[in-house]
Design a binder for this molecule. Structure first.
Ligand SMILES: O=C(O)CCC(=O)C(=O)O
Ligand SMILES: [Fe+2]
Length: 277
């Protein structure tokens, strides 16, 4: 795993709000990740989030147009909670350190992982932000996106609007199915040239949860599979947004409480205890 970051890479991420790391996984590691994720997805039988009775492709409270959104991608969250192999991959301190260094924080917790599988002829992923939907509000929240298949211009690779993370905010905007919905809120980016992020299988990107991003439709008869994980800076507090937190946890949670439950949001890296990774 190519897990050492240079100062230039960290600077690039902080300026642009994303970075691509080619050949992040070795061919053997890629094979292992593919097997682990494929098994974990199969085990779920379509259940989107552990403990919640929602199947992938059904309306979930954020995206009500199930017929359309069910065909953007199959989305399976928190596979780390239901599969031991995926848990080992997700709790890798080396990835935690990368996320912490890029975000510029001392400690980092898993917010949630997700497999995102664009099937043949999948709909595009409209331009959006991630962080406004989550249960904490921190400008440094970050995600990794690992290509398990080659992600190409033809099958739905990611696109980023560079520098947008410095100007976007936490308003929860329901963007619907229109690709351009977000630009009515952020018209200053209408003319910014997006950066396409085609990646070979095994490469990855990191993006800030406030970077405007999206993905193409899958115009091919093959799958575009990705494994992703989103991270929350250690010390983040609950903002009142339930998002994917379980009912039992939410019952005892008040806005302002620190989100430090290791069963829900494990600390995967902290400079004070894991400096030598
Ligand atoms: O894989 C996609 O199509 C979208 C990914 C995405 O929005 C994310 O990882 O935050
Ligand atoms: Fe996203």
């Amino acid at each position: 795993m190519k897990h050492q970051l240079s100062k230039e890479q960290i600077q690039y991420y902080q300026t642009n709000g994303f970075i691509i790391i080619d050949d992040f996984l070795s061919p053997d590691e890629l094979e292992h990740w593919r097997k682990a994720v494929t098994t974990a997805v199969k085990e779920r039988g379509g259940i989107k989030i552990p403990g919640k009775d929602i199947k992938t492709g059904e309306a979930d409270g954020i995206n009500e147009d199930a017929d359309y959104f069910g065909k953007v991608f199959d989305q399976l969250l928190n596979l780390w909670q239901t599969n031991e192999q995926v848990k080992k991959l997700m709790l890798d301190q080396r990835i935690g350190k990368m996320a912490a260094q890029l975000a510029g924080v001392d400690g980092i917790r898993i917010w949630h992982d997700q497999a995102l599988i664009k099937r043949p002829w999948a709909n595009p992923t409209a331009w959006h932000l991630d962080t406004p939907f989550w249960s904490f509000s921190d400008r440094r929240a970050i995600s990794i996106w690992i290509a398990l298949d080659n992600a190409t211009l033809e099958n739905g690779c990611l696109f980023f609007i560079p520098g947008s993370h410095l100007q976007t905010g936490f308003d929860k905007i329901t963007i619907g199915r229109n690709m351009d919905g977000l630009f009515s809120v952020y018209p200053q980016f209408i003319h910014t040239m997006p950066v396409a992020a085609p990646m070979k299988a095994g490469s990855c990107s990191f993006h800030n949860g406030l970077t405007i991003h999206g993905a193409n439709a899958n115009m091919t008869s093959g799958f575009r599979r990705a494994m992703t994980c989103s991270y929350m800076p250690d010390g983040s507090v609950f903002n009142g947004e339930p998002n994917i937190l379980p009912e039992a946890y939410l019952r005892n949670l008040k806005p302002g409480d620190i989100l430090n439950n290791n069963d829900q949001n494990p600390l995967i890296y902290h400079t004070s205890t894991m400096a030598n990774v």
